[in-house]
Design a protein around this ligand. Structure first.
Ligand code: ADP
Ligand code: MN
Ligand code: MN
Ligand code: MN
Length: 344
């Protein structure tokens, strides 16, 4: 038997942006615990905007488990928040809104900024660094500074040790901005992994005196005007079984009509402050327009380069979700819109 450190992770009730919360409990197991062996736990919801003080208990139900190589016998336990009856999902439980579908796959591209002392990492004390250009996929101290790469390297290793399907990283267009990508099969899987990968990154940065800025347009002039710096997205690549195996132009056009009809429902869950980012500039479409195109990074939905040649088959990239969006809400909405379109 060994004592394992179980880090229970959940989303709080803050709006418009839920934050990650976590706490540790120590339990003894014969070997690395399986999901079914992990106990239900609880927390004080009155401290996380999830309950009133007079009836404060919320429940934590483990939904995914990952090894934590940063701690001896460490375990990362992603949880859903439930009501005290252990049956009803808490209103903040966005994961519970995702229709179950093992054959829908998601690949999320998470962009984010490192922030130190209130500014993107590498920005001078007053003012701005050289304009965008050399930073995207750049190398050298001038372009990426001196700790960013150390952090992203550690992030890769901790994620891989955890069995998280992290597919890559890159320095992004703005100074201090980076990206990682996560892929998962099943309507909830990639989003579970994404929340845990976000957790790992935020926790890792504590020791560097750095925060992750998840908001989509953190570099603003006075009066909240976006400056000429890219925002952060969470491009959401998705495919259903039908889209991968059958596809076809007629079906694709019906699917896009459904996305267009539901533009408001999608934008509502694609992250706060998205009007600052979806301006039609910086590789985005305007927030109130819907469009699609082959290889078109100015469209709402981009078809990858071979999509048409392959008979309108494969995956699609919804470019609208932003870096602060809840991947559970994004996945849930995309699955619902796909399910609204008959395949015959
Ligand atoms: P880009 O930066 O050119 O938009 P990336 O390589 O950063 O593209 O991201 C592409 C994403 O597409 C990856 O996250 C990958 O996992 C995802 N992806 C690839 N194939 C599929 C698929 N069949 N279904 C869903 N997502 C997919
Ligand atoms: Mn990318
Ligand atoms: Mn990117
Ligand atoms: Mn992309």
């Amino acid at each position: 038997m060994a004592k394992y450190k179980l880090e229970y992770i959940w989303l709080d009730g803050y709006k418009p942006l839920a934050s990650l919360r976590s706490k540790t409990q120590i339990k003894e197991f014969a070997s690395f615990p399986k999901l079914a062996e992990l106990p239900i736990w609880g927390f004080d919801g009155s401290s996380t905007q999830q309950a009133e003080g007079k009836s404060s208990d919320c429940k934590l139900h483990p939904v995914a488990v990952y090894p934590d190589s940063t701690r001896k016998n460490g375990v990362l336990v992603m949880c859903e928040v439930m009501m005290p009856d252990d049956k009803t999902p808490h209103p903040s439980n966005s994961r519970a809104t995702i229709p179950d579908d093992p054959d829908t796959w998601f690949g999320f591209e998470q962009e984010y900024f490192f922030f130190k002392d209130g500014a993107p990492l590498g920005f001078p004390k007053n003012g701005y660094p050289a304009p965008q250009g050399p930073y995207y996929t750049g190398v050298g101290y001038q372009n990426v500074g001196c700790v960013a790469r150390e952090i992203v390297e550690k992030h890769i290793d901790i994620c891989l040790d955890a069995g998280i399907n992290l597919e890559g990283i890159n320095a992004e267009v703005a100074k201090g901005q980076w990206e990682f990508q996560i892929f998962g099969k099943g309507s909830k899987n990639a989003a579970d992994q994404m929340w845990v990968a976000r957790y790992i990154l935020a926790r890792l940065c504590e020791g560097y005196g750095i925060d992750i800025e998840w908001r989509c347009k953190p570099i603003l002039a006075p009066f909240q005007q976006p400056l000429d710096w890219n925002g952060s997205g969470m491009h959401s690549n998705f495919s259903t079984k039908f889209l991968r195996e059958k596809g076809g132009k007629a079906y694709f056009e019906k699917l896009m009509a459904a996305f267009e009809k539901n533009i408001d429902e999608h934008i509502a869950v694609y992250g706060p402050e998205n009007h600052l980012r979806l301006t039609g500039l910086h590789e985005t479409q305007s927030i109130d327009k819907f469009s699609y195109g082959l290889s078109d990074r100015g469209a709402s939905i981009r078809m990858p380069v071979n999509f048409i040649a392959n008979g309108y088959k494969g995956y699609l990239e919804d470019r609208r979700p932003n870096s602060a969006a809840d991947p559970y809400l994004v996945a849930g909405r995309i699955v619902k819109t796909c399910q609204s379109v008959p395949t015959k």
